[in-house]
Design a protein around this ligand. Structure first.
Ligand SMILES: Nc1ncnc2c1ncn2[C@@H]1O[C@H](COP(=O)(O)OP(=O)(O)OP(=O)(O)O)[C@@H](O)[C@H]1O
Ligand SMILES: [Mg+2]
Length: 231
């Protein structure tokens, strides 16, 4: 479904080159559920932003269902983001002066449909995420875990083919984390391809079909890391 070929995102800071993502080649199949793990600063969020078309590689390429993202016009790329991709950011990126419901509705704004339809869809996904009685709250009046679920609702409301979620359970207690992961698993069984970033190896192991590990911007073979590995 999506494939990267030696994709790089290097930052130049004076004399220093920061290889946030370095020659990553990764292929994700339709309906896969992949977990990206790795230590802080290893390039996980940067990789996710590249895959989601929010950032452009400094070298290498990314292909989505046969279309090379590098070759798309600005408009083509924004269509890719609007129609195919749902993204939940590590920092949520909610609009602070809008309510939870409005934040989710806004994601539908450029996808056509009436105001009533947008409200129905936004309400339904917020309810599914356990936020029925928080829809009128602004982000500042929500807990961290609640903001996280609003961000996830916003990513899911467009019914994307591909979901990228950066630490979807990072601010949640065990119960809420299990609920969110069960919901993602359900959506995955219904056809949604999912890539999550997580620090929680238990969650990665339990819910993802496959784990990939980043280390200093590079993809390393998870099996060869750690206990008794040869890496
Ligand atoms: N705009 C930028 N300019 C320079 N360096 C950057 C920039 N954005 C990110 N980096 C660096 O790139 C590296 C990868 O950052 P990234 O946010 O992808 O890490 P991460 O794996 O998501 O970490 P975390 O688990 O802490 O979220 C880090 O060393 C970071 O400091
Ligand atoms: Mg990150």
């Amino acid at each position: 479904m999506i494939r990267t070929n030696k994709v790089c995102r290097h930052y130049i800071r004076g004399p220093q080159i920061i290889k946030a993502v370095d020659e990553v080649s990764l292929a994700i199949e339709e309906q896969e559920f992949v977990a990206v793990v790795g230590s802080s600063g290893s390039g996980k969020s940067t990789l996710l932003n590249l895959l989601a078309g929010l950032d452009s590689p400094t070298a290498g390429s990314i292909e989505f269902r046969g279309t090379t993202l590098n070759n798309l016009s600005r408009r083509g790329l924004s269509q890719y983001r609007a129609k195919s991709v749902g993204i939940m950011f590590q920092s949520f990126n909610l609009i602070y002066h809008r309510t939870a419901l409005e934040n989710v509705e806004l994601a539908l704004y450029f996808n056509g449909g009436s105001r009533g339809e947008r409200r129905t869809q936004a309400t339904s996904i917020l309810e599914r995420l356990g936020l029925a009685d928080r829809m009128g709250h602004r982000p500042a009046d929500l807990s961290g875990g609640e903001q996280q679920r609003v961000a996830l609702a916003r990513a899911l409301v467009k019914k994307p083919a591909l979901l990228f979620a950066d630490e979807p359970t990072g601010n949640l207690d065990q119960d809420n984390a299990t609920q969110i992961m069960a919901l993602l698993s359900d959506l995955n069984r219904q056809g949604l391809t999912i890539v999550i970033v997580t620090h929680d190896l238990e969650i990665a192991g339990e819910y993802a079909h496959r784990m990939v590990r980043m280390h200093y911007g590079r993809l390393v073979d998870h099996q060869s890391e750690g206990h008794g590995g040869e890496a």
